[in-house]
Design a protein around this ligand. Structure first.
Ligand code: ZN
Length: 446
């Protein structure tokens, strides 16, 4: 055990900004170059700032857990911040940091693909690392969680791409039944599961093409677009799609098969009745039972292989777990043949989908980043803000899970962010630090 004094001494010796940047450099040595070379859509006459400065400001705002762009401008208005950014990015004549209006103006013109390409570069770099191989499902497939969430809701029409939802309510005074239209933006994500980390790989916005569409866009439609992009970008990557029961349908199964992806979907009996009925009828006849113990919770897995549905055979796995809240049943549909040997692994993979809710969106909404707080009202800027959040999150996840010094001092996500802010505002990076950034380091993910 460390004494409190020893702990203080150790914490003093850590520059959190340096540690954060070191993680970034370790995994993504071309990131700065890429931030500097995004296709800049501004009028040349107005360009005062390097694009890397504009983008790094927003990334640091996210990493430091500042809720609004206004707070960013206020908090970063310190000589130390200017000096740190100028030292790190190697920009000598940086005298002021850009105001948030300048940044939002830039983000409203920047094509979101520019930032999406940077995220793709980052994910490809991570996939090359041997150290993550042990997280592949069955030693082969990368778990890819698909999930959607609501980002923004407006009382008034926000833009022509807004999703609309009629909301019925009773007028409190007259008792009259009234209808109000809400305007919303939703996003669908493909996130890579790497141990305890979930990292955004693709984001597809669920949006109407125009205001007068007959049928509104929906999650499944967005999935087909997302899947096409995912396949285009990661052509030969062995992927296991993990999604909720909405996806357990013929079209999605066909799409996965066409792309040579395997899948594990949560399954609810009303989704495909014939499969549910056959499973119920066969599960007691076939002797496929496995007793399991997961983190002290006892349970039982049963399964049935080769249930014919349309052109294909499906396999169903059900696990009943004794939890503190009583008995819980999870059912999954998969194309993987289930055996005694892989049943528990499949169950774990299926259940890990809930990470995206528990650690993914929840974390990004409530713990850090405030993704439901629009950084700008402009739709293109909103999308860019969103992708920048995902880029920041990738670095933060690696920073939190891999940094040895952070692990030793045991801090919560919020504390890590406020320490980073403190370091950015209070400590300055030296040329020596910069030289050290490029040096190899050891990172351990367990
Ligand atoms: Zn809108």
């Amino acid at each position: 055990m460390m004494t409190r004094k020893e702990k203080r001494e150790m914490e003093k010796g850590i520059n959190d900004l340096f540690e954060f940047l070191k993680t970034s450099e370790h995994f993504f040595k071309d990131l700065n170059k890429l931030l500097k070379s995004v296709d800049d859509p501004r009028h040349l006459g107005y360009v005062t700032y390097d694009t890397a400065v504009l983008l790094m400001m927003v990334m640091l705002k996210n990493a430091c857990n500042l809720k609004s762009m206004r707070m960013m401008t206020n908090e970063f208005n310190k000589d130390e911040c200017i000096e740190n950014l100028s030292t790190y990015l190697g920009i000598k004549d940086l005298e002021e940091l850009p105001h948030y209006d300048t940044i939002n103006n830039f983000l409203s013109r920047l094509k979101p693909e520019e930032l999406e390409n940077i995220r793709t570069y980052m994910i490809k770099e991570l996939l090359k690392k041997r150290s993550f191989d042990s997280y592949r499902i069955g030693g082969k497939y990368w778990g890819m969680v698909i999930d959607g969430t609501g980002l923004f809701t407006f009382q008034e029409k926000h833009c022509e791409h807004c999703l609309r939802r009629e909301h019925k309510y009773k007028d409190k005074e007259t008792g009259e039944e009234k209808t109000k239209t809400l305007y919303m933006h939703h996003v669908l994500e493909a996130k890579l599961v790497v141990g305890d980390m979930v990292l955004s790989v693709e984001s597809e916005f669920i949006e109407n093409e125009s205001e007068d569409v007959k049928k509104q866009d929906c999650e499944l439609n967005a999935f087909y677009r997302l899947a096409a992009r995912l396949k285009g970008t990661f052509k030969r990557l062995p992927i296991c799609i993990m999604a909720d029961s909405l996806y357990a349908c013929e079209n999605v199964v066909n799409q996965c098969k066409d792309n040579h992806w395997t899948y594990i979907f949560r399954f609810k009996k009303d989704r495909i009745k014939s499969i549910a009925n056959e499973f119920q009828a066969l599960k007691n006849m076939e002797d496929h039972v496995l007793k399991v113990n997961v983190d002290g919770q006892r349970g039982e897995i049963t399964w049935v292989n080769d249930i014919v549905y349309r052109e294909r055979k499906q396999n169903v796995l059900e696990c009943e777990m004794e939890t503190e809240e009583g008995k819980q049943t999870f059912t999954f549909l998969t194309d993987k043949k289930i055996t005694k040997k892989n049943a528990q692994k499949l169950m774990n993979a299926g259940r890990s989908r809930w990470k995206i809710e528990n650690e993914g969106f929840n974390r990004q909404k409530n713990l850090r980043y405030h993704i439901q707080h629009a950084g700008s009202q402009n739709y293109t800027a909103m999308k860019n803000h969103y992708v920048l959040t995902q880029i920041t999150e990738i670095i933060m996840m690696l920073h939190e899970h891999g940094s040895k010094s952070l692990k030793r001092i045991k801090k919560t996500a919020k504390e890590i962010s406020s320490r980073l802010l403190e370091a950015f505002r209070g400590q300055t990076l030296t040329d020596e630090d910069i030289a050290k950034l490029g040096k190899p380091m050891q990172m351990r993910f367990t």
